[in-house]
Design a protein around this ligand. Structure first.
Ligand code: URA
Length: 242
Protein backbone atom coordinates (compact mmCIF):
# COMPACT_ATOMS: atom_id res chain seq x y z
CA UNK A 1 0.00 0.00 0.00
CA UNK A 2 1.39 3.38 -0.88
CA UNK A 3 0.98 5.98 1.84
CA UNK A 4 -0.56 9.27 0.71
CA UNK A 5 2.30 11.73 0.58
CA UNK A 6 2.15 14.71 2.89
CA UNK A 7 1.90 18.02 1.06
CA UNK A 8 5.02 20.13 1.18
CA UNK A 9 5.49 23.78 0.48
CA UNK A 10 8.44 26.13 0.33
CA UNK A 11 8.20 28.58 3.16
CA UNK A 12 9.07 32.24 3.21
CA UNK A 13 8.04 35.56 1.74
CA UNK A 14 7.28 35.69 -1.96
CA UNK A 15 10.19 38.01 -2.73
CA UNK A 16 12.80 35.60 -1.39
CA UNK A 17 14.54 33.41 -3.98
CA UNK A 18 13.52 29.75 -3.98
CA UNK A 19 17.06 28.72 -3.01
CA UNK A 20 16.58 30.52 0.30
CA UNK A 21 13.25 28.91 1.07
CA UNK A 22 13.26 25.49 2.69
CA UNK A 23 10.58 22.97 1.89
CA UNK A 24 8.49 21.74 4.80
CA UNK A 25 5.47 19.53 5.38
CA UNK A 26 2.32 21.61 5.61
CA UNK A 27 -1.26 20.79 6.54
CA UNK A 28 -3.33 18.53 4.34
CA UNK A 29 -6.20 20.43 2.79
CA UNK A 30 -9.70 19.25 3.68
CA UNK A 31 -12.86 19.47 1.58
CA UNK A 32 -15.08 20.44 4.51
CA UNK A 33 -16.50 23.94 4.44
CA UNK A 34 -16.72 24.19 8.23
CA UNK A 35 -13.05 23.33 8.83
CA UNK A 36 -10.69 26.31 8.75
CA UNK A 37 -6.96 25.67 8.72
CA UNK A 38 -4.61 28.46 9.83
CA UNK A 39 -2.42 29.91 7.06
CA UNK A 40 0.71 27.73 6.84
CA UNK A 41 3.17 30.54 7.54
CA UNK A 42 6.87 30.11 8.33
CA UNK A 43 6.22 31.07 11.96
CA UNK A 44 3.37 28.59 12.42
CA UNK A 45 5.42 25.78 10.89
CA UNK A 46 8.41 26.68 13.09
CA UNK A 47 6.19 26.63 16.19
CA UNK A 48 4.70 23.28 15.22
CA UNK A 49 8.19 21.91 14.55
CA UNK A 50 9.14 22.82 18.13
CA UNK A 51 6.17 21.13 19.77
CA UNK A 52 6.28 18.02 17.57
CA UNK A 53 9.95 17.38 18.42
CA UNK A 54 10.24 14.61 21.02
CA UNK A 55 13.39 16.30 22.36
CA UNK A 56 11.56 19.54 23.19
CA UNK A 57 11.36 19.85 26.95
CA UNK A 58 8.28 20.85 28.88
CA UNK A 59 8.99 24.56 29.39
CA UNK A 60 9.55 25.05 25.66
CA UNK A 61 6.59 22.86 24.79
CA UNK A 62 4.36 25.11 26.90
CA UNK A 63 5.83 28.32 25.51
CA UNK A 64 5.48 27.35 21.84
CA UNK A 65 2.08 25.72 22.32
CA UNK A 66 0.87 28.94 23.86
CA UNK A 67 1.95 30.87 20.81
CA UNK A 68 -0.06 28.57 18.54
CA UNK A 69 -3.04 28.71 20.90
CA UNK A 70 -2.93 32.48 20.73
CA UNK A 71 -3.09 32.31 16.90
CA UNK A 72 -6.06 29.93 17.11
CA UNK A 73 -7.98 32.17 19.50
CA UNK A 74 -7.34 35.27 17.39
CA UNK A 75 -8.48 33.45 14.24
CA UNK A 76 -11.46 31.92 16.03
CA UNK A 77 -12.62 35.35 17.17
CA UNK A 78 -12.61 36.46 13.51
CA UNK A 79 -15.52 34.10 12.95
CA UNK A 80 -17.77 35.96 15.39
CA UNK A 81 -20.05 38.66 13.99
CA UNK A 82 -19.16 42.32 14.46
CA UNK A 83 -21.24 45.46 13.98
CA UNK A 84 -20.16 48.82 12.62
CA UNK A 85 -18.82 51.14 15.30
CA UNK A 86 -17.76 54.71 14.63
CA UNK A 87 -15.47 56.39 17.13
CA UNK A 88 -13.70 59.74 17.50
CA UNK A 89 -9.91 59.82 17.84
CA UNK A 90 -8.01 62.19 20.17
CA UNK A 91 -7.31 64.46 17.19
CA UNK A 92 -11.00 64.94 16.59
CA UNK A 93 -11.43 62.78 13.52
CA UNK A 94 -13.87 59.94 13.19
CA UNK A 95 -12.92 56.41 12.40
CA UNK A 96 -15.37 53.88 10.98
CA UNK A 97 -14.56 50.66 12.83
CA UNK A 98 -16.34 47.62 14.17
CA UNK A 99 -16.95 46.02 17.52
CA UNK A 100 -17.98 42.63 18.75
CA UNK A 101 -21.42 42.55 20.33
CA UNK A 102 -22.48 39.53 22.24
CA UNK A 103 -21.23 37.27 24.97
CA UNK A 104 -18.74 34.48 24.65
CA UNK A 105 -17.43 31.76 26.88
CA UNK A 106 -14.79 29.09 26.70
CA UNK A 107 -15.40 25.41 27.38
CA UNK A 108 -12.36 23.21 27.83
CA UNK A 109 -12.42 19.47 27.37
CA UNK A 110 -10.43 18.21 30.35
CA UNK A 111 -7.55 17.62 30.81
CA UNK A 112 -5.67 18.72 27.70
CA UNK A 113 -8.16 21.44 26.73
CA UNK A 114 -7.44 23.28 29.98
CA UNK A 115 -4.02 24.09 28.52
CA UNK A 116 -5.79 26.46 26.12
CA UNK A 117 -7.65 28.45 28.78
CA UNK A 118 -4.85 30.95 29.42
CA UNK A 119 -4.57 31.76 25.71
CA UNK A 120 -8.28 32.50 25.66
CA UNK A 121 -8.04 34.68 28.78
CA UNK A 122 -5.13 36.58 27.23
CA UNK A 123 -7.40 37.59 24.34
CA UNK A 124 -10.76 37.94 26.11
CA UNK A 125 -10.57 39.73 29.44
CA UNK A 126 -12.50 38.05 32.29
CA UNK A 127 -14.02 35.47 29.96
CA UNK A 128 -16.16 32.80 31.61
CA UNK A 129 -14.75 29.32 31.17
CA UNK A 130 -16.64 26.07 31.66
CA UNK A 131 -15.32 22.53 31.70
CA UNK A 132 -16.34 19.13 30.43
CA UNK A 133 -14.75 15.84 31.47
CA UNK A 134 -15.28 12.97 29.07
CA UNK A 135 -13.52 9.65 29.46
CA UNK A 136 -13.71 6.28 27.89
CA UNK A 137 -16.12 4.03 29.79
CA UNK A 138 -14.13 0.94 30.81
CA UNK A 139 -17.07 -1.39 30.10
CA UNK A 140 -18.41 -0.06 26.82
CA UNK A 141 -15.17 1.51 25.50
CA UNK A 142 -17.36 4.45 24.44
CA UNK A 143 -16.78 8.03 25.54
CA UNK A 144 -18.83 8.94 28.62
CA UNK A 145 -19.61 12.30 30.25
CA UNK A 146 -18.15 12.27 33.76
CA UNK A 147 -18.43 15.91 34.79
CA UNK A 148 -19.45 19.29 33.48
CA UNK A 149 -19.57 22.80 34.84
CA UNK A 150 -20.94 25.30 32.36
CA UNK A 151 -22.17 28.90 32.66
CA UNK A 152 -25.92 28.82 33.40
CA UNK A 153 -26.61 31.25 30.54
CA UNK A 154 -24.48 29.32 28.04
CA UNK A 155 -27.38 29.14 25.57
CA UNK A 156 -27.00 32.91 25.05
CA UNK A 157 -23.26 32.77 24.47
CA UNK A 158 -20.90 32.01 21.64
CA UNK A 159 -18.90 29.03 22.77
CA UNK A 160 -15.21 28.49 22.07
CA UNK A 161 -14.67 24.77 22.67
CA UNK A 162 -11.06 23.94 23.49
CA UNK A 163 -9.18 20.69 22.83
CA UNK A 164 -5.67 20.62 21.38
CA UNK A 165 -5.82 17.22 19.64
CA UNK A 166 -8.72 16.04 17.46
CA UNK A 167 -8.03 12.32 16.94
CA UNK A 168 -11.08 10.05 16.52
CA UNK A 169 -13.37 12.89 17.51
CA UNK A 170 -15.15 10.83 20.17
CA UNK A 171 -14.83 13.32 23.03
CA UNK A 172 -15.25 16.44 20.94
CA UNK A 173 -18.44 15.16 19.34
CA UNK A 174 -19.84 14.22 22.73
CA UNK A 175 -18.91 17.69 24.03
CA UNK A 176 -20.91 19.24 21.18
CA UNK A 177 -23.90 17.05 22.17
CA UNK A 178 -23.61 18.33 25.74
CA UNK A 179 -23.51 21.96 24.58
CA UNK A 180 -26.51 21.41 22.29
CA UNK A 181 -28.44 19.79 25.14
CA UNK A 182 -27.88 23.02 27.14
CA UNK A 183 -29.42 25.04 24.34
CA UNK A 184 -26.34 26.27 22.48
CA UNK A 185 -27.11 26.46 18.77
CA UNK A 186 -24.66 24.51 16.64
CA UNK A 187 -23.67 27.56 14.65
CA UNK A 188 -22.67 29.38 17.86
CA UNK A 189 -19.91 26.88 18.58
CA UNK A 190 -16.29 27.24 17.47
CA UNK A 191 -13.97 24.32 18.08
CA UNK A 192 -10.34 25.45 18.53
CA UNK A 193 -7.75 22.77 17.94
CA UNK A 194 -4.00 22.50 17.34
CA UNK A 195 -3.75 19.28 15.35
CA UNK A 196 -6.61 17.35 13.76
CA UNK A 197 -6.68 13.97 12.04
CA UNK A 198 -8.46 13.83 8.67
CA UNK A 199 -10.88 11.31 10.27
CA UNK A 200 -11.71 13.70 13.12
CA UNK A 201 -12.22 16.62 10.77
CA UNK A 202 -14.54 14.54 8.59
CA UNK A 203 -16.56 13.40 11.59
CA UNK A 204 -17.19 17.02 12.55
CA UNK A 205 -18.20 17.90 9.02
CA UNK A 206 -20.57 14.91 8.81
CA UNK A 207 -22.22 15.23 12.24
CA UNK A 208 -22.11 18.97 12.94
CA UNK A 209 -21.63 20.86 9.67
CA UNK A 210 -22.55 24.16 11.35
CA UNK A 211 -19.89 23.93 14.05
CA UNK A 212 -16.83 25.78 12.83
CA UNK A 213 -13.53 24.03 13.43
CA UNK A 214 -10.42 26.22 13.55
CA UNK A 215 -7.26 24.13 13.52
CA UNK A 216 -3.57 24.82 13.00
CA UNK A 217 -2.91 21.63 11.05
CA UNK A 218 -4.59 18.55 9.62
CA UNK A 219 -2.13 15.67 10.00
CA UNK A 220 -1.67 12.42 8.04
CA UNK A 221 -3.85 10.12 10.10
CA UNK A 222 -4.11 7.90 13.17
CA UNK A 223 -1.95 4.98 14.25
CA UNK A 224 -3.23 1.70 15.71
CA UNK A 225 -3.48 3.29 19.17
CA UNK A 226 -5.41 6.25 17.78
CA UNK A 227 -2.51 8.64 18.22
CA UNK A 228 -2.32 11.31 15.56
CA UNK A 229 0.63 10.81 13.17
CA UNK A 230 3.11 12.32 12.80
CA UNK A 231 1.45 14.20 15.68
CA UNK A 232 3.26 15.17 18.86
CA UNK A 233 2.45 12.35 21.26
CA UNK A 234 0.17 12.87 24.24
CA UNK A 235 -0.46 16.60 24.51
CA UNK A 236 -1.66 16.52 28.13
CA UNK A 237 1.39 14.55 29.25
CA UNK A 238 3.78 16.88 27.49
CA UNK A 239 2.07 20.06 28.71
CA UNK A 240 1.41 19.01 32.29
CA UNK A 241 3.89 16.37 33.33
CA UNK A 242 6.84 15.47 31.12
N1 URA B 1 -4.57 12.95 22.12
C1 URA B 1 -3.25 13.29 22.20
O1 URA B 1 -2.81 13.91 23.15
N2 URA B 1 -2.45 12.91 21.19
C2 URA B 1 -2.88 12.22 20.11
O2 URA B 1 -2.09 11.92 19.23
C3 URA B 1 -4.25 11.89 20.05
C4 URA B 1 -5.07 12.26 21.08
Amino acid sequence: ESQPTAPSQSLGPEYRPATQKPTATVSKPVPHKNVHILPQTPQLIALLTMIRDKNTERADFIFYSNRIIRLLVEEGLNHLPVVGHEITTPVGRTYAGVKFEGKICGVSIMRAGESMEQGLRDCCRSVRIGKILIQRDEETAKPKLYYDKLPEDIAERWVLLLDPMLATGGSALMAIEVLKSRGVPEDHILFLNLIASPEGAKKFADHFPKVRVVTAFVDQGLDEKNYIVPGLGDFGDRFYTM
